[in-house]
Design a protein around this ligand. Structure first.
Ligand SMILES: [Mn+2]
Length: 242
């Protein structure tokens, strides 16, 4: 059934892959989730922080990740987390190694920035972690979404602290920041285990680490059914190859 409003979209959301060296389990997980994105023909891939375990990884690992991204026929949106933050030694600063990844979008503005993808009818906002300091508030500064026929997706990396006093020392994300944002979906990273922390009026989920769980989140956006979350095994697309 066709929607009268926004076009149906399907997004693969992952985070916390934590690749360390070429050939490790996390690299196999990244390769598998890229294959799943291709197989399921999602419109967009979101990596909500900590793709790399740390910034001083080898160039060969960066080349591997870049090659995986180049397999994708769709855009891949990357947020820097606390492990791969945009400090001076950022892995994302090795621009020569990334230059062939013309489908990669990486949030670089420390105060947050918007990417408009008019061909998809999707707008993204993300505020990268840009420093090794801990006093970063990943949802502070999010603008009100424009109601112009786009799906509005925020990407944030940090601890969800709900309504109560923070239980964690840094990177706080408060419930009110999510539900008051008015965005359609908040793609969260930092916690290694899958969890939907809010479902209304804004859906917000941690995808969990695919390297630990073997799963990613696929988010379906449709006017008639709203924002629907499902978990998918990254190893499904590998069947027959093992
Ligand atoms: Mn993290």
């Amino acid at each position: 059934m066709a929607d009268n409003g926004r076009t149906r979209r399907r997004v693969l959301h992952t985070a916390d892959v934590h690749v360390i060296s070429v050939g490790d389990k996390a690299c196999h997980s990244l390769e598998a989730l890229i294959s799943l994105a291709i197989k399921t023909n999602v419109d967009l891939v979101i990596i909500a922080g900590d793709l790399f375990d740390y910034n001083r990884v080898g160039d060969d690992l960066v080349r591997f990740v870049a090659e995986q991204f180049q397999r994708l026929p769709m855009p891949v949106v990357v947020l820097a987390g606390n492990h791969d933050c945009l400090a001076a030694d950022s892995v994302f600063g090795r621009t020569g190694l990334w230059e062939k990844c013309t489908n990669m979008l990486i949030f670089r503005a420390p105060q947050g920035e918007i990417f408009d993808l008019p061909a998809l009818g999707i707008r993204l906002w993300g505020k990268p972690i840009a420093t090794y300091e801990n006093d970063v508030y990943p949802m502070v500064g999010i603008p009100k979404p424009e109601e112009d026929g786009h799906w509005n997706i925020a990407v944030a990396h940090g601890h969800y602290v709900g309504d109560g006093p923070p239980l964690f020392p840094s990177y706080h994300i408060k419930k009110q920041e999510i539900i008051g944002s008015g965005w359609d979906y908040v793609a969260l990273g930092h916690h290694p285990v899958f969890e939907c922390v809010d479902t209304a009026p804004v859906v917000a989920c941690y995808a969990g680490s695919p390297s630990l769980s073997g799963n990613v989140v696929i988010v379906d956006f449709a006017e008639d059914t709203g924002v629907q979350i499902s978990r998918h095994s990254i190893w499904e697309s590998q069947e027959g190859l093992i």
